[in-house]
Design a protein around this ligand. Structure first.
Ligand code: PDD
Length: 277
């Protein structure tokens, strides 16, 4: 697989970034993941706008246009069809020091990874079981930062219990999001999802699902909901760029919607699919 680092193409196995890249030392990097359907990047502008917000939030003085130019060059070179773009921007300074100077230098790295849409469609059809876990992350989750250790450890907990995602809960009992997804519940035909703010990543898929639902006349409420509302929901689903909408059929061993995908979830999945072509 080819990777593109600061304008040069390499093989993934070849040496890439220096050990003093701060994403390696301090998690000082931000990233984006974009879904490519049929050779087209889906909601690319929205992803680049969010990347720009992440860059600004961590004080990178880097023009987003420069990043976009590199994506364009690599995209034209690789011409991916069904794939995801992983794009990471990190800082480096040549030494390990908590801070050196402002601004530092930047590394822009990316690759396209093939996506198995058949496997994803199966997951969307059947749904998956999830666990709940404490949300122990830092408070700035609106930044799409590569500092994802807490997310990874919560996913580890899920996988050890043969589940596919962990839904994160604040110590106050409020649901934030999944380790790599946003969470929606359906109660009495109302669609509820955690409102935007520092406490969650503003998912591009989340926004798209809300827009589709509203256009279809579904009542959408953006607010915190509690773990007990989650467990008591008529339907639950999670969203992200790779998997779109995946029904949650079990949470911590308790079945949701009798362990099957719900009708509003399926309806939204169909609208999502239609919106791609
Ligand atoms: N993650 N919340 C978190 C913590 C995420 O990591 C993601 C996506 C989302 C959903 O955002 P979007 O709809 O824009 O993909 C919410 C990506 C897929 C990842 O880290 O690979």
């Amino acid at each position: 697989m080819n990777v593109f680092i600061n304008g040069s193409t390499k093989k993934l196995e070849e040496p890439g970034l220096s050990l003093t890249d701060r994403s390696y030392l301090f998690g000082d990097g931000v990233y984006e993941v974009v879904h490519i359907y049929n050779g087209k990047m889906f909601m690319y502008d929205e992803h680049m706008e969010r990347l720009d917000r992440s860059l600004k939030a961590v004080h990178y003085s880097l023009d987003i246009e420069q990043v976009k130019q590199q994506v364009k060059t690599f995209f034209q070179q690789e011409r991916p069809l069904e794939a995801s773009l992983y794009l990471q921007v990190s800082r480096h300074a040549g030494v390990r020091s908590h801070w050196t100077k402002d601004p530092m230098d930047y590394n822009i790295a990316m690759w396209f990874k093939p996506i198995d849409m058949e496997a994803i469609r199966l997951k969307q059809k059947n749904g998956f079981p999830v666990v709940t876990d404490r949300d122990v992350r830092w408070k700035f989750r609106f930044i799409k930062s590569v500092s994802l250790l807490a997310n990874c450890l919560s996913l580890r907990k899920a996988l050890l219990q043969n589940c596919n995602e962990a839904i994160l809960i604040e110590d106050t009992g409020e649901v934030t999001e999944g380790t790599s997804s946003n969470v929606f519940i359906v109660k009495d035909n109302q669609l509820i999802t955690t409102h935007e703010g520092e406490h969650i990543l503003s998912g591009i898929t989340r926004k798209h699902v809300i827009d589709l639902a509203k256009k279809d006349g579904i009542e959408v409420v953006e607010r915190f909901f509690s773990k007990s509302e989650l467990m008591d929901a008529d339907e639950v689903f999670v969203t992200n760029t790779i998997s779109e909408i995946v029904p949650v059929i079990k949470i911590d061993d308790a079945p949701i919607h009798r362990g099957t995908p719900g009708s509003m979830t399926q309806h939204l999945q169909q609208m999502f699919k239609d919106s791609i072509s």
